[in-house]
Design a protein around this ligand. Structure first.
Ligand code: CA
Length: 223
């Protein structure tokens, strides 16, 4: 399992690299945003641990650029426990986050969860209306057109499509897709649904994702 660590602070970078290496991972450590992006785009990693505050290019910018082409899982490290930061990171397509300072065991637990969740082995293509979801290749088409989704948007659509016609609450979506308990911060779910809709539904007459006021979201064909 290969991990890319993007962290500019020498002490914590060295500490994390050692810890992850001792835990059996192959770790590449780089210290700037541009280096991080370059490595992430040109090498294959199972996971990227990405600090937000970086020289030359912030972790946000790295993530945003990376998500144009790659859906490698990203765990971001933020120094501020601000809701806006979390929402921003998840909105940009991060998979999880940790607030500094954190215990190494906490990082390790998150890393293992993300890797376990990684590319699924299910041999499966889900078809719903004119949408096809290839779970292995993580590829979505609607009609003739490819729909490019981030890892989170894909997970969200996958969840909805596994349970078509069933209203899924925001908190259930948050726990299934982000593995987190967002409490009242379900804004993250709304943001992700909005982005998914923009890609999947907006170009088409027939809308598939529906809001059920006060309850959540449902994937279904309505006449
Ligand atoms: Ca930093």
């Amino acid at each position: 399992m290969r991990i890319l660590l993007v962290e500019d602070e020498p002490k914590s970078g060295d500490y994390l690299r050692k810890g992850l290496t001792e835990s059996g991972f192959t770790v590449d450590w780089v210290q700037t945003g541009p280096d991080g992006l370059h490595h992430a785009q040109t090498s294959d990693y199972n996971l990227i641990v990405l600090d937000v505050m970086l020289p030359a290019m912030s972790g946000w910018d790295v993530l945003q650029a990376l998500r144009q082409t790659h859906d490698t899982p990203v765990l971001f490290l933020t120094a501020r426990d601000e809701v806006e930061d979390r929402v921003k990171g998840l909105e940009l397509g991060a998979d999880d986050y940790l607030v500094k300072p954190f215990a190494f065991t906490e990082l390790l637990a998150r890393v293992r969860t993300l890797l376990r969740r990684g590319p699924t082995r299910e041999s499966e293509i889900i078809v719903f209306a004119d949408v096809q979801i290839d779970v292995i290749k993580r590829r979505v088409t609607r009609g003739e057109h490819r729909v490019d989704l981030t890892a989170k948007e894909f997970a969200l659509l996958h969840l909805l499509a596994k349970r078509p016609g069933e209203v899924l609450s925001r908190s259930l979506i948050a726990s299934q897709v982000w593995d987190m308990n967002f409490d009242s911060d379900t804004n993250v779910v709304d943001v992700a649904v909005r982005r998914l809709r923009a890609k999947l539904d907006d170009p088409h007459m027939q809308k598939l994702i529906h809001t059920v006021r006060g309850m959540g979201y449902v994937l279904e064909v309505r006449s």
